[in-house]
Design a protein around this ligand. Structure first.
Ligand code: GLN
Length: 451
């Protein structure tokens, strides 16, 4: 059924860059069926999954949605996808994304933009699915996958989940291994599930998570049975409402949905508490220094010699220059320029070092808030899905989309977007639940209560 849906809808939605050969998909499904029939079913047996094209998949083209890697076929499997395969998942293909996961609208892919399957009442505008995991979000929302992997550096799982009306969970930094996931900003990158229900997110995270000796930042904490957290009572939990997330100019409908979420949690027996995260206002500025800095360093390897599609030239410098000029799109080039600038000798202290200090303050805000409350509840994004072409003139306008998702990334805490309703034009809106380090279970329980 999912392959059929891909056949019918993918040309239009552009959610997949690569679809796996039908016989391979069916063979994997048959193997899962056989295990199921013999009573040896695994956690994800037979579940059809889309894989963001940022995870290296052995023998399957992995592009990061960049011309630079247009013909890259990894000789190895990323740790997260290896675990998913081990758990019995059936991979359908590789989903589209913003180039190297840099973007909030899935419009920077070298393989074309992804279309949001939702339509706004009253006009026919083509809407963006959010980004960077826009292909995964659109695929799950439109039935082209039951679930999909995403990666989240500053919101790339949560914001597209909100725009497409699905669930997206960014785990605690270190919960899932980063090994074999193409790096954007290594101190922030984290893989997570994108699903149609909170229960599915718990199940899939259980399969993805766990210590990996190949990633020194992966945590050796045991992986709980996350799926059991969903459906658990939230009575008596303390839910914090951070004052600083009432951004000036927040659309009325977003504010209303937030109030609705608060009311639902009160009814479920939660205690609602006003809290303050005073450094929130520096989140976006700090993120857009640290993430480009790390990106400029991580992407230095694509020089046409070590990695990347080589463009020939008479000299070595010429090869570097042509390879990088032709292989990277404009947004990636912007980020590399910003990153090398803030890391350069004259500006390192003023920008990068300062940003690292502010990042510590942001993290401290969360740690202090979690002395008072068990989770925080906020909107996921400052708007519903917008039209393709909007927010394009000014990069800062586009970056503002990440205002509610970036702080949790900076702090490394888990955060999940849950679809809670539709706006007046019929578009989905999401609320974000943020939890303590390694307390995805409480996040999932609260998510289950909101769903
Ligand atoms: N939209 C943010 C950015 O462009 C976040 C991307 C992400 O989480 N990968 O950097």
């Amino acid at each position: 059924a999912h392959l059929d849906a891909i056949g019918r809808l993918n040309t239009q939605l552009n959610a997949y860059i690569t679809v796996l050969p039908e016989q391979d998909v069916l063979a994997a499904a048959d193997a899962a069926d056989a295990r199921y029939a013999s009573g040896a079913a695994r956690l994800m047996d037979g579940l059809p999954v889309g894989v963001k094209d940022l995870f290296c998949t052995k023998g399957v083209k992995t592009t990061a949605a960049s011309k630079m890697l247009a013909n890259f076929v990894p000789p190895y499997e990323s740790s997260v996808t290896a675990r998913l395969l081990e758990a019995g998942s059936v991979f359908l293909g590789k989903t589209n994304l913003d180039e190297f996961a840099m973007g909030s609208a899935n419009i920077t892919s070298a393989f074309g933009s992804v279309l949001n399957p939702w339509k706004r009442q009253g006009d026919d505008a083509a809407l963006v699915p959010g980004g960077s995991s826009g292909g995964s979000a659109a695929a799950v929302a439109a039935g082209l996958a039951l679930a999909a992997t995403g990666t989240d550096t500053g919101g790339s799982i949560r914001q597209p989940a909100a725009f497409c009306g699905i669930v997206g969970l960014k785990p605690t930094y270190g919960r899932c291994s980063r090994w074999g996931t193409i790096a954007f900003a290594s101190s922030l990158d984290q893989a997570g599930p994108m699903t149609r229900s909170v229960a599915d997110a718990g199940l899939m995270l259980e399969a993805m998570a766990g210590f990996d000796e190949k990633d020194s930042t992966s945590s050796n904490r045991p992986v709980p049975e996350f799926s059991k957290a969903v459906g658990k009572s939230v009575k008596g939990l303390r839910v914090g409402i951070p004052a600083e997330y009432r951004a000036p100019g927040m659309p009325e409908e977003i504010a209303k949905m937030w109030e609705q979420g608060i009311a639902w949690l009160r009814e479920a027996g939660c205690e609602v508490v006003d809290v303050s995260l005073p450094h929130t206002k520096y989140g976006l500025a700090t993120y857009y220094i640290i993430a480009p800095a790390e990106c400029s360093s991580n992407l230095a390897r694509y020089d046409g010699i070590r990695f990347g599609e080589r463009q020939d030239a008479p000299t070595l410098d010429g090869i570097y220059e042509r390879t990088r000029a032709e292989g990277f799109g404009p947004e990636v080039r912007n980020r590399i320029l910003m990153g090398t600038y803030v890391l350069s000798a004259g500006y390192y202290d003023a920008y990068y070092l300062k940003a690292q200090k502010v990042r510590t303050l942001i993290k401290r805000d969360f740690v202090q808030a979690f002395e008072q409350v068990d989770v925080l509840l906020t909107p996921t994004a400052p708007s519903a899905a917008f039209a393709q072409g909007e927010n394009m003139d000014d990069p800062v306008q586009m970056y503002l989309n990440d205002i509610f998702t970036v702080p949790a990334s900076m702090a490394g805490v888990p955060a999940m977007s849950v679809p809670v309703g539709l706006d007046s034009r019929g578009l989905p809106l999401g609320l974000q639940i943020i939890g303590r380090h390694f307390d995805e279970e409480t996040v999932l329980s609260v998510g289950g209560a909101l769903e």
